[in-house]
Design a protein. Structure first.
Length: 253
């Protein structure tokens, strides 16, 4: 690998210590910047803009564009990438590890209460997380609220009274103002707010269609069922930035 975006480096921090070129992102990369890395193959995944794809194609380098929706799509893409770079056996091992990890969490969640979970990937407007995140929520013992990847109104969420609220804003890392969005959206009366089950999961752990989703799954499980799953890396609770009162202003007991 000769170059990647800054978001790839968030997923694999070791890249920043290497000599690989780190470009801005898949929205703003230019053909001359791409060619400067002298790649034999360019791999990109949605979302990207038409102009960005045009710049990639203008470079004249082989281009593999991916647009996964489900976990099954992600497994297929891993196998496809491995096939292109001649690492087929490695792909089979990675896919198997991911599947076993997901099934392990699913098995541990059997018998636990199925909690209503609202999970969003963007805040303005409010957009629900992708299909693969909905699958992971289900594996972690939750019921995903809304249609994956769709814009919803705050009132829609309020009516469905989530028991757990999770944010993972694209490109925001874990920097989501949890208390502010609960207050501004009028969600202080939700079950999630009354029990302070409001969390941020580091963006790269849920929005990147890669093996790092397993870390995101463990964070989801710890958020949905903290009584049954151990604390996870990348999970931040509203209680870490809010005094020991719920966002409705009532003291937690």
């Amino acid at each position: 690998m000769v170059a990647c975006t800054k978001y790839c480096a968030d997923v694999v921090p070791e890249v920043r210590q290497s000599k690989r070129l780190i470009v801005a992102d898949s929205w703003t990369s230019k053909a001359d910047e791409i060619l400067a890395a002298k790649p034999d193959l360019i791999i990109a995944a949605v979302p990207y803009q038409e102009a960005a794809v045009s710049e990639i194609l203008k470079s004249g380098v082989r281009f593999l564009g991916l647009a996964p929706r489900t976990l099954a799509d992600i497994y297929t893409d891993i196998a496809m990438i491995a096939g292109v770079v001649g690492a087929g056996n490695r792909a089979a091992h990675i896919i198997s590890e991911m599947q076993h990890a997901i099934e392990d969490v699913r098995r541990r969640a059997i018998g636990l209460p199925r909690k209503r979970v609202f999970c969003e990937e963007w805040g303005k407007p409010v957009i629900t997380s992708q299909w693969w995140v909905a699958e992971l929520v289900n594996a972690a013992g939750g019921e995903f609220i809304g249609d994956p990847g769709k814009q919803v109104l705050p009132e829609f969420v309020l009516e469905r009274d989530p028991e757990v609220i999770i944010t993972a804003w694209c490109g925001a890392g874990d920097r989501v103002p949890l208390a502010k969005i609960i207050r501004d959206r009028g969600w202080a009366g939700t079950s999630a707010a009354r029990t302070s089950q409001i969390y941020c999961i580091s963006d790269e752990l849920l929005n990147t269609p890669a093996p790092t989703l397993i870390q995101g799954l463990r964070a989801l499980a710890a958020a949905i069922h903290p009584e049954a799953f151990e604390p996870a890396v990348g999970l931040r609770s509203i209680m870490e930035v809010t005094p020991p009162k719920d966002v409705a202003g009532q003291r937690v007991v």
